[in-house]
Design a protein around this ligand. Sequence first.
Ligand SMILES: NC(=O)c1ccc[n+]([C@@H]2O[C@H](COP(=O)([O-])OP(=O)(O)OC[C@H]3O[C@@H](n4cnc5c(N)ncnc54)[C@H](O)[C@@H]3O)[C@@H](O)[C@H]2O)c1
Length: 437
Amino acid sequence: MSDILARITDRTAVVGIIGQGYVGLPLALVFEEAGFPVLGFDVDPAKIAALTRGESYIKHIGSARVKSAVERGKFDVTTDFDRLRECDAILICVPTPLGKHREPDLSYIHNTAREIAARLRKGQLVVLESTTYPGTTDEEVLPLLEASGLKCPEDFLLAFSPEREDPGNAHFNTKTIPKVVGGINAPSTEAAVALYAAGVDKVVPVSSARVAESCKLLENVYRSINIALVNELKVTFDRMGINVWEVIEAAKTKPFGFTPFYPGPGLGGHCIPLDPFYLSWKASEHGMWTRFIELAGEINTSMPRYVVSKVADALNDVQKSVKGSKILVLGLSYKENIDDDRESPSYELIELLQDKGALVDYCDPYFPVARHGRRHSLDLSSVPCDNATFRGYDALLVSTAHAQFKDAALYKGVALVVDTRNIVHASNEGPMTVVRA
Ligand SMILES: NC(=O)c1ccc[n+]([C@@H]2O[C@H](COP(=O)([O-])OP(=O)(O)OC[C@H]3O[C@@H](n4cnc5c(N)ncnc54)[C@H](O)[C@@H]3O)[C@@H](O)[C@H]2O)c1
């Protein structure tokens, strides 16, 4: 194993990254920028073609960075998995969705592990980065790789290192976010720690892959539960005539022991709505019921219906029904200022309103056309983001706090705004009525 350590030290180790999505592409760029030859793999030929042209399909990464990496000649991308043989390290960044019954769908990990096993050679380091339940690396990936006839750690090394991404965060990026790393044995941990230490600022070694897998789930369960808590308090305080946003602003002046979380129209993104259920599914195998996770899931998934009930009440107050009303949903992204609409509650809001007979449009500068996803397929395109357009609706529903929606002039003369993000405020110059939801 001294071979791979030496190749990491002198930056000749070829780093292969399977899955060039939100996680894999920035990781590939970080290793290329650290001086390593990088080979990006993906099953989507359109992504490979775009990267080959030096183009990024992820807005916050930007094409300039991809183009520079391609031009330096050390970043290559391919759909040809035979090229896995060229790699010294192979990092797996493929999707881990939930199945129809909210059970883990490990098919992407399984398929990828089989592709690697078919080409596995002595001396390679394999690291799983996809979020998953504790035990996946040992129980699922290891047997598939060892089916090749090679053994860990004698012939190859295997570790888990979770990705922590906060797209659009100006203060942290893949290089500066500490990286937790746990191997399935000590030599695997050593090699994986050495690799990441050569690419990112801080590595946090842990004693096993299971700890590293659990660490990621703790982080996401923590967010899911705290978001559920503020969502529940939002509904409770609203009934009591108290503005939850003002309460949070006041509470966060406490200099210790309080971290602010904010309510919203429901959970979105690839991680928080899904990952906690990886843990609850695995926990049931051990006779454990993760009640906090289930409760948080229940509260968070009820939010879109709560928001729609607030829209209906607000329209009712001005003698209108949802049926037949023109409603504009502001924002398709699950989070402000990014072009990521995965699991976005906006889609559910639109569909719930349509089901009630509303005439729904959306406005999102990041999505000129609504993408067809696994669960939703709206045939809609964005209306312009301007006051004349906004005034043409019976109600606006703010779902995403994009910077473009924060201009008060947009809302001048608008009859009704239902705001789930606390960005629109009633004023003489603004909308006539603002309802928090
Ligand atoms: N997006 C985030 O912010 C984030 C943060 C932390 C962890 N994660 C986790 O990282 C993993 C990847 O998420 P993502 O957001 O990058 O997903 P993504 O959908 O953006 O990217 C996954 C990529 O893998 C490709 N792919 C699918 N099957 C493949 C296969 N068999 N071989 C090669 N490529 C394949 C897809 O074409 C896609 O380009 C997931 O487990 C996710 O939970 C995501």
